[in-house]
Write a protein that binds this ligand. Sequence first.
Ligand code: GLN
Length: 465
Amino acid sequence: MKYEEATAQDMRQALEDGSTTATDLLKEARRVIREKDDSIHAFVEVFDSADEDARLADTMIQEKRATPLTGIPIAVKDNICVKGRTVTAASKMLEGFVSPYDATVITRLREQGAVIVGRTNMDEFAMGSSTEHSVYGTTFNPHDTTRVSGGSSGGSAAAVAMGAVPLALGSDTGGSIRQPASFCGTVGLKPTYGSVSRHGLIALGSSLDVIGPLARTADDAALLYQAIKGENKKYDSTADLFEDAATVKNSRVIGVPDNLDAVGVSQETMDAFNAALQALQEKGYTIASVSLPIMEHAGAIYYIIQPAEASSNLARFDGMRYGFHKDGDDLWSEYRETRSAGFGDEVMRRIVAGTYVLSAGYYDAYYRKAMDARRAMQTAFSNALEEVSVLAMPTTPDTAFPEGARQDPIAMYAEDRLTLQANLTGLPALSVPMHTDGLPRGIQFISGYNREETLFACARDVQQR
Ligand code: GLN
């Protein structure tokens, strides 16, 4: 078993038959990070505490209490709280902040005996599509280190792609798991909104945020998703979990939106996408064209609702009780000094935009209208998913771009034009690598609420080719 290429399932097997231990796997993870991460920069910290995790895992294995994730090295995005470890959302604002508790997803991973290797880079407060907005600097693409890894969960995607870990956690508010997965050639799942607890995730847009897995294979992604999903007793919204397996099994009709040209997908990506569809047809799927003109308005809707929610969520960072603080002459100047020195440019831009669209005179013109359009989009997608079992489209308009190529914020926002819809509707969506020469490109599947199984099945069929 070559560590860099092994899946979590391979590692599980090796742990079961005694040919490796959790402690050895952790050593391997650290070796890959040492050898490769200087040029990639996926990790912002490798945890010392992982040794203890590995010891506990080895004990679980010896005592025959192992679960599918026992001893498996996992990386965690820097906006998910791990007790006793620094967590910063890649912002100066949370400099030196140590989490007093475990996020619910971490509690679940600990119960399973997973080994939390370290925290991964991201765009500040998960705003961005390249990790270039991180206070720690950019994470580069393991397939071409002059290019970005995507974002905001670029560190988690690169950590998996470079072979440091078979599994990583990211968060997805508008595409932040799927877009870097597509850029780095990994699988990435944005689960159904509310199916995974957000407790302990540093909030960005609370009606959009969801934690999900990045992995090398669909089966591994499914494994991690199974481990983290489920009801949560701590205040946040978790969806009732129901599955209608009968419908899932019988229907193999893939809907393809008829307006991908209007959304602006590159020719090379369209070619790879059409080849992937062709192969799926050969596997017995039927392809149907669907009309979803509202897809094209996702950016206009998202970039009102998301900044509105972000501006409210980020109001708590005032530097008074934790994180970064700057002195001032009085309370107001302390707030001003702290917040203007603590937040980066993109975060400021969202706070200003969000505050504006929520302000008394503009609320109806912007926020209310965006919410109406969001509901219209939910209806359109739900209707489409009554006709087909799954929707398919490329994950991103094109491949990973060179560092510095998206200086204009609007150009950066345009990277998300195929991923935002799943967040606005709450539907689950998965990106899986298509077969291409050159840089990776992802195909994205979107299914009905809590129908992640359908997504995994499609992804398996793409990967088996
Ligand atoms: N790139 C999008 C944004 O900047 C989505 C980010 C995310 O999903 N966290 O908001």
